[in-house]
Write a protein that binds this ligand. Structure first.
Ligand SMILES: [Zn+2]
Length: 273
């Protein structure tokens, strides 16, 4: 049984501000260690429940957050950027289940720590066909193309609720109760990591029993629509051929989810300028 743990940082234990997740900031060094520990807890749980191969994707910022020297030696780490599948690097048909560790809500969500969608200064909203989603939906749909279900999420209560609303009844570890974008009541690392470990264990047990929601398969061709914060961002994103523009919204159609994901990442990179 092979598990891909797709990680982000905003939903990691104790994280409440951008300082915690921004490379170069003094606080960041504390939280990349906590991120590594949250991931280790998920590895422990998955392995205890019978997984025998674990791949990690370091999905935050430039993909160089997890401390490889402190990572559980039974796992392998995808780190660095850009990589072909970014936050989902390591995904293919051989993966049996995906865990989201450290995830956050989509941009514009109340009571959600560091809510944003891919780029906090660039992207206001993203739709896959008519589904308004965040990074969780994009990433789950990439897994879906390979027939792989998402089986677990960790993050604040709002992130977990958004993910389960989209994907169905998957296991969740709520490591903090957000009361605003920069405020939350947090579990301490020991308690939080025990919770992540037991949640990962339950998720793999349910996967073994065939008791997990179906993979999130998006209907193709898939129309990706990105609403940017300003017109100049949309100006730059429309330099990509075959895009359509409506105000600050730019959209395109793709024949599969992997190309939709590539096109989305290309648009955002251009829009950032
Ligand atoms: Zn992030």
């Amino acid at each position: 049984m092979k598990i891909l743990i797709a990680t982000d940082m905003e939903g990691i234990t104790g994280v409440t501000t951008w300082d915690h997740v921004t490379p170069g900031h003094a606080e960041y060094t504390r939280f990349r260690r906590l991120m590594t520990q949250d991931v280790n807890a998920a590895i422990r749980g998955a392995m205890d429940a019978g997984a025998d191969e674990i791949i990690i994707a370091d999905g935050h910022w430039n993909g160089s957050n997890i401390l490889v020297e402190e990572l559980d030696s039974r796992a392998r780490l995808n780190t660095g950027s850009p990589s072909p599948f970014s936050m989902m690097q390591g995904i293919d048909e051989s993966v049996d289940g995906v865990m989201f560790v450290g995830y956050h809500a989509r941009n514009g969500t109340p009571h959600a720590i560091l809510d944003h969608t891919w780029s906090s200064k660039t992207v206001a909203n993203v739709w896959l066909n008519d589904i308004l989603t965040g990074e969780y939906g994009l990433n789950a749909a990439v897994a879906g193309q390979f027939g792989v279900p998402v089986i677990m999420v960790s993050g604040d209560q709002t992130a977990c609720a958004q993910v389960t609303e989209l994907l169905g009844d998957i296991e969740m570890a709520v490591v903090k109760q957000a009361t605003g974008r920069f405020a939350a009541e947090c579990l301490t690392p020991q308690t939080s990591q025990e919770l992540i470990c037991t949640t990962a264990m339950r998720a793999v047990e349910r996967l073994v029993q065939g008791d997990t929601p179906d993979p999130f398969v998006i209907e193709i061709p898939v129309r990706v629509t990105v609403e940017f914060f300003t017109s100049d961002m949309a100006d730059r994103a429309t330099r990509i051929p075959f895009t359509e523009r409506d105000g600050t919204r730019v959209s395109f159609a793709a024949q599969d989810m992997a190309s939709a994901y590539s096109g989305f990442r290309a648009m955002v990179m251009l829009a950032i300028g």
